[in-house]
Design a binder for this molecule. Structure first.
Ligand SMILES: CC(C)(COP(=O)(O)OP(=O)(O)OC[C@H]1O[C@@H](n2cnc3c(N)ncnc32)[C@H](O)[C@@H]1OP(=O)(O)O)[C@@H](O)C(=O)NCCC(=O)NCCS
Length: 160
């Protein structure tokens, strides 16, 4: 990361914006999916997150790149977070937290009662991120994930 990507206090500058159906956003998010997950969402499926009323995504732009993204599907009264992924070079700079806040604000604006997600039981970083944002563990799905097989922890936050 270059110095120009930092502000006067040394903190990294980034912008969190709603994901749009553009090459820059879809290619950036698809690249993060491939980098971060063993079963990545395809560029085509990521379009769901730009489809009003079905899903929403937010991306963090930094140094002209998409450094982070997160998505959520919207059911009647519930948001379902699909994934949050931050490029390894840009972690621990608040990007995932900013994306989660944007997703939760969006869910509130849709009058959702709660936001739910699944996370690999061994993913301590993500579990800490979600707990910090107010999510609590409400259950477990046995062998939910493949590559490798692993339980999912179900976490939820009430919005009302
Ligand atoms: C998990 C992940 C999204 C976190 O992104 P990030 O931008 O580094 O997170 P933030 O900087 O916003 O961190 C917010 C909080 O999350 C927690 N956290 C994040 N990374 C952590 C780590 N490696 N260890 C412990 N806690 C961590 C901390 O509480 C942190 O707050 P703090 O920095 O004030 O201590 C990122 O590590 C990632 O992309 N991992 C691979 C993909 C993944 O597992 N996604 C989740 C799928 S469910």
């Amino acid at each position: 990361m270059t110095d120009s990507a930092k502000n006067a206090t040394g903190k990294v500058k980034f912008r969190s914006v709603q994901m749009r159906n553009t090459d820059a956003h879809l290619d950036g998010a698809a690249e993060l999916e491939r980098l971060c997950f063993s079963s990545p969402w395809s560029r085509e499926s990521l379009k769901l997150l730009t489809n009003d009323g079905i899903g929403v995504g937010f991306v963090c732009e930094c140094e002209g790149k998409i450094a982070a993204y997160g998505g959520m599907l919207i059911a009647v009264d519930e948001g379902q977070i699909t994934n949050v992924a931050v490029h390894p070079d840009y972690r621990r700079r608040g990007m995932a937290g900013a994306i989660l806040n944007s997703l939760m604000r969006y869910a509130k604006s849709c009058h959702a009662d709660s936001v739910t997600l699944e996370v690999r039981a061994s993913n301590a970083a993500a579990i800490a991120l979600y707990k910090k944002a107010g999510f609590v563990e409400v259950g477990r799905r046995r062998a939910f994930y493949t590559k490798p097989v692993e339980d999912a922890i179900i976490m939820t936050v009430k919005l009302k």
